[in-house]
Design a protein around this ligand. Structure first.
Ligand SMILES: NC(=O)c1ccc[n+]([C@@H]2O[C@H](COP(=O)([O-])OP(=O)(O)OC[C@H]3O[C@@H](n4cnc5c(N)ncnc54)[C@H](O)[C@@H]3O)[C@@H](O)[C@H]2O)c1
Length: 362
């Protein structure tokens, strides 16, 4: 991925990364909700480079203008500060619907808002797709499989989700998001695509949003202990963001309209992953364990047979190579900011709970 460094941006109004010039017939008007976030901003880079007209719609809850600042004032680019829970009327050909906080501390911070974002936000985007006959892609998640009893997870697995646990606002929101996609397809003829994304990492991850990869790297680079929640035996499969972006674009432009897993089947225990980051960062930090969080899935690995058959897609970047690039990115971020604080998975949720209890006391 190309990073927008200050040296790249001579002046916001005169310098942009090169983009292909497309004929008007090939140039699509593409809406990316959540386009100022981690995945969205990487996707926007590729779409802009291909020469499309891209509109980012974002309320900046977890996203940041700095992620897309290198496109601002480009004639093909438009930024709308807007909340997807409110309807909006636009003329577009494609909708990549990503808007939703994705890390546990953020989605647990305000669970009601997270549910509204998934439910009302997706209804609004489906309504827009229906009205303007746009194709819409919804970024669902491996969390729809919950704490899986089937391993690896195929798209045919219905999942094992606690509907009233702390992760339910996100997991169930995404599940009903998928339900709505297929209701609009079957009842109203909307052209839908559904990506079930597995853990993704890379440049522009928010370093303070409590995700395991960013936490380990930022802790290691600052010589702090790497925090593992639980015994470290739970597994995850991590993919590099460029592979995810390629998968989303292939899904959007292909004809397959059932859910598709997009992830890297390379599976690590959390402990092994922490050790790999210790090695790659050459840190002297230790690994410490804290109590596990409620309903944390014990194993995760995508079965990507459907993606390889239907989209001719497979991840191309090894986890090690992806980590090297991400470590490079976070080193640079640390140089700029001096210090980065990490948070644990339940920390924002604990703040909300305390606020609620305090109110009850009053
Ligand atoms: N990164 C992963 O590992 C992963 C895994 C599975 C699924 N996903 C999905 O991919 C999408 C993008 O995830 P990400 O990692 O880039 O997260 P992110 O938090 O970096 O980006 C989400 C973006 O959505 C915006 N947003 C949130 N609520 C909004 C609202 N109500 N209105 C408008 N904008 C809003 C945020 O400001 C942010 O820019 C999400 O839908 C997420 O559920 C991501």
């Amino acid at each position: 991925m190309k990073e927008a460094t200050n040296s790249n941006i001579k002046s916001e109004s005169v310098f942009h990364f090169p983009v292909t010039t497309l004929s008007p017939l090939k140039r699509l008007r593409i809406l990316v909700t959540g386009g100022a976030g981690f995945v969205g901003s990487n996707l926007v880079d590729r779409l802009m480079e291909q020469g499309h007209e891209v509109t980012v719609l974002d309320n900046m809850f977890t996203g940041s203008k700095s992620n897309i600042q290198h496109w601002i004032s480009h004639p093909n680019f438009n930024l709308i500060n807007h909340d997807v829970t409110d309807p909006i009327h636009l003329e577009v050909d494609r909708i990549f619907h990503l808007a939703c906080p994705a890390s546990p501390p953020h989605y647990m911070y305000n669970p009601i808002k997270t549910i509204k974002t998934s439910v009302m936000g997706t209804i609004n985007m489906l309504g827009l797709a229906k009205r303007v006959r746009a194709r819409i892609l919804f970024t669902s998640t491996s969390e729809v499989y919950g704490d899986p009893t089937e391993h690896p997870q195929k798209e045919t697995y219905w999942g094992h989700v606690n509907p009233i646990g702390p992760r339910a606002c996100y997991d169930e929101g995404k599940r009903v998001g998928e339900t709505m996609m297929y209701a609009y397809r079957d009842q109203a003829g909307v052209d839908v695509r559904v990506a079930r994304i597995f853990n993704t990492f890379g440049p522009r991850m928010n370093p303070s949003d409590g995700r395991v990869v960013s936490n380990f790297i930022v802790q290691a680079l600052q010589g702090r202990d790497l925090t593992v929640y639980g015994d470290g035996k739970a597994t995850r499969s991590f993919q590099y963001v460029d592979d995810l972006v390629a998968g989303l674009m292939a899904l959007m432009e292909g004809s397959y309209d059932r859910p598709v897993n997009i992830g890297n089947p390379d599976e690590y225990t959390i402990r092994q992953f922490a050790e790999l980051i210790q090695k790659l960062t050459k840190t002297n930090s230790s690994i410490v364990h804290k109590p596990s969080t409620q309903d944390d899935p014990q194993q995760r690995r995508p079965d990507i047979t459907v993606a390889s058959r239907e989209l001719a897609w497979r991840p191309k970047t090894s986890v090690k190579e992806g980590l090297r690039r991400t470590i490079h990115y976070f080193s640079h971020e640390l140089e700029k900011s001096g210090e980065i604080k990490t948070v644990g998975p339940g920390e924002y949720a604990a703040v909300t709970k305390k606020r609620h209890e305090d109110r009850r006391v009053v």
